[in-house]
Design a protein around this ligand. Structure first.
Ligand code: ZN
Length: 386
């Protein structure tokens, strides 16, 4: 069955989720099964802002052979022309059903009624409209669960509809933040000013952290110019950032643990935006490392020749092929393999280490020339950055 879809500005998703969580807690206390907001997609609006497309999901409510479909709020117009329709999750009414008059098929008495309930009879699929005040009479007892459910869905839908056209007050509630949207705004800030950590900005009135800039633009009213809002490309990058963060090993450090926990959430606490912003820093560093790896020569240099003579001190422009830690008899040391522009291979065993792919100038003393698996390599001592 077609889902009823809503379009909520991405910046309003945080506050909306906060409000729905509160309703959900109340509903659980009352014993009603949960109604959840699910994200179906995202699009860019005419003015460049991001819109989340959401649907409401929940268990159908069946009651004594009937499935509850919708509550119709007839307001003050019994003709049905101005009904407010609150469909249950997964139920889509026909055009005719949406504009049913304030009628009750139970008592047949057309009168001014605010609410009617639309139900489907499970055994023959027929529809039935019963006035809210006649439900008790119809079932022979008070269908409390049905009424609670109707109230719950009404509030949820009202909240979602309010979020579709958020007012200033709605957006200025900095309690909860939509994670992907916040990352989008952080990408805008980092793109414009580079990454600025909270530590760097602290105590310097002329500098603002990437997180503060992102929060400022995200919650600003009137809304910032399109150039200060994340583009659809930046929002796609925000999704990639979250995907990447989820691949990190949470056991490696407290920081990794916190950041991966946050990445699992769609909406985060405002206080956690500092850690969330660091996701962009981690992702950018990851991209830089990937790029360095890709530009580094992959295979063993087949045409490597010996360089220098024993004990000669050389100054070399090299690219780091690899640098790894090895445990030896006297503790730890690094094995660093380097390649010069002519394709000659150098190896250092000792203190020196550098990021893979780094292009550096080093000084080192030739220890010996060595054939290693058919490749001529020059082993260097006392290597240091020049
Ligand atoms: Zn009735």
């Amino acid at each position: 069955m077609e889902k009823q879809l809503f379009e909520v500005p991405a910046i309003a998703m945080g506050e909306l989720q906060f409000k729905l969580d509160k309703l959900s807690k109340k509903a659980k206390k009352a014993g009603t099964s949960d109604i959840k907001l699910i994200r179906v997609g995202r699009r860019t609006d005419k003015d460049g802002s991001q819109i989340c497309i959401v649907a409401i999901e929940g268990e159908p409510v069946k009651y004594e052979g009937y499935t509850f479909l919708a509550r119709l709020d007839h307001n003050v117009d019994p003709s049905g022309e101005s009904n407010l329709v609150y469909s249950m999750p997964g139920e889509e009414l026909t055009e005719a059903q949406r504009s049913l008059g304030a009628n009750c098929e139970h008592c047949g008495w057309k009168r001014r009624r605010k609410d009617t309930f639309l139900m489907r009879k499970d055994d023959d699929g027929s529809f039935l409209q019963v006035g809210r005040t006649c439900l008790k009479d119809f079932f022979g007892h008070d269908p409390a669960e049905l009424v609670r459910r109707a109230q719950y869905i009404t509030r949820v839908i009202d909240e979602v509809r309010r979020a579709e056209h958020p007012a200033e007050a709605y957006l200025s509630n900095r309690r909860t933040v939509d994670l992907a949207t916040f990352l989008g705004y952080t990408l805008v800030a980092v793109g414009a000013y580079g990454w600025v950590s909270g530590k760097e900005a602290f105590g310097d009135p002329d500098r603002h952290s990437s997180r503060d800039m992102a929060c400022d633009a995200m919650f600003r009213w009137p809304r910032p110019d399109p150039a200060e809002r994340p583009s659809s490309e930046q929002m796609e990058t925000a999704d990639k950032v979250i995907e990447y963060i989820l691949t990190l090993d949470p056991k490696r450090s407290d920081f990794n643990f916190n950041i991966t926990q946050l990445a699992k959430l769609e909406v985060i606490d405002y206080k956690a935006t500092g850690i969330a912003a660091a996701m962009i820093f981690c992702y950018n560093r990851h991209l830089e490392q990937e790029a360095a790896k890709a530009s580094a020569p992959k295979d063993e240099p087949a045409n490597s020749e010996y360089v220098g003579t024993e004990k000669e001190r050389l100054t070399l422009d090299v690219t780091i092929l690899s640098s790894r830690v090895q445990e030896g008899q006297f503790g730890y040391y690094n094995i660093t393999r380097m390649l010069d522009a002519a394709g000659n291979l150098f190896v250092s065993f000792g203190q020196y280490s550098e990021d893979t792919g780094a292009k550096v100038t080093v000084r080192g003393t030739v220890k010996r020339h060595q054939d290693f698996n058919g490749v001529k390599q020059t082993v260097l001592n006392r290597v240091m950055a020049a």
